[in-house]
Design a protein around this ligand. Sequence first.
Ligand code: FAD
Length: 486
Amino acid sequence: MKIAVIGSGIGGLATACRLASKGHEVTVFEKNDSPGGKISEINMEGYRFDTGPSLFTLPELVEELYGAAGEKVPATFAYKKLDVLCKYFFKSGENLIAWSDQQKFTDECVEKLGEDPSNVTRYFKSALLIYKITADIFLFNSLHKVKNLLKFSVLKSLLQVHKIRFYKTMHEDNKSSFKSPLLIQLFDRYATYNGSNPYKAPATLNVIAHLENNLGAYFPEQGMYSIVKSIYELALKKGVRFNFNSLVTSIDIKNNKAVGVSVGDEKFAFDSVVSDSDINYVVNNLMDHPQKKRIERLEPSSSALVFYWGVNKEFPELDLHNILFSGDYKEEFTNLFQEKTIHNDPTVYIFVSSKMVKSDAPKNCENWFVMVNAPSNSKENWDELIRATKQNIINKINKSLKTNIEDYIEYEKIASPITIEQNTLSKGGALYGNSSNSMFAAFLRHPNFLKSVKNLYFVGGSVHPGGGIPLCLASAKIVANEIPAS
Ligand code: FAD
């Protein structure tokens, strides 16, 4: 079959590899001049920055992709397990190292925060249980196929569904799990891994702690963009054709069946179409969608304001991943999702890939990716908000690290919800499709297919099972399994 894939985000790339490996003739249409979508890089003035994702979990999903393509994982895609998941700097002055070794982490929580060790152990066991109950239903299969819901394993999981505490929020659940308010804040932060609000998102999302703390966090030896580079090379090897600088302007549908795509005036005939484009872009620009109104009403996930700084000094107190927490987490999320603005004491994430990839910065320098959560774009006065937020971030860094960071910044580039939307066409620059700020979010996410239009499939972070690299890879597998081999 001739299959078109719209978009070369990780979901589109992985689907293209899987379908080409099943004997299909696959062509990817990408509006940008390079693959990767939200996973991209900047090379400037001796610095290299990963511009999007920095946290990498479930690397076995990439390996599985190679396996499905009948290929070995290449040496260019080597990765390491992290010993330190993250360094946390709290507003009240405490610092905490989240070791991947759970005993060391527990000891740290007891020593620095006075937490009861059994609470930490119980929490990780509970996160594992949520994963066991939910993974098959919500992550690795279509949620919209009756046959999947009738599987024995799924029925067994459904009997235990009360244990995933979907009726409580993440914050409520974390509050009842820990004594230390700082640990509650630490585990609430996992809501931001899919762009949500821990004071609204269901406690089921505490499963995210399982991925990082029980299964481990990893980092590719050549940085995050090497994930895209290696999957792109795999796609080329499998015969996938790429048309860059090609914005698809419509999905062509005849007699309720996808028959091709158009790029401006040019029409291309295909037997099937897979869209990795944000579902909001699809319903507004590419087709008449029967559920357009419902989809538009869903709340987007958060976006980000990112400063890429070339820093001509080394900071041994920082690790690969670092968090400088806000003093008022609740207010930060109220600002983000209700007031659609950035808190004046935002939680600051600093990711320094040159701690692991030495060539990412000149000698004695570091490449800082400094990110705060931002609302998806809804016509904020961004110039003023960016200026004020930058100053708030600088003040916070200076206080936490006892430095004057402005003296050391020799390169700067900025990404905002506006530029993220322009580059990837995701609604308002949302990082993870729709938010999970309700217990029904998983069910409201768009399916990977459409009953009313045959041969049309949907992949990537804005559809089932959701955003983030692992879930996009899972969506690619679900879609490829829907399309029989050629
Ligand atoms: P996208 O990356 O959204 O790409 C879609 C592609 O399709 C784009 O290249 C776009 O140009 C193209 N396209 C769209 N419409 C058309 C069209 N009509 N014609 C042609 N081309 C089109 N995830 C993690 O797992 N860990 C993290 O730490 C993490 N941090 C993040 C930080 C930032 C700053 C950002 C931006 C994202 C982060 N994410 C993270 C989220 C993760 O990057 C995304 O969930 C994932 O990469 C989305 O992949 P996707 O397949 O949905 O495609």
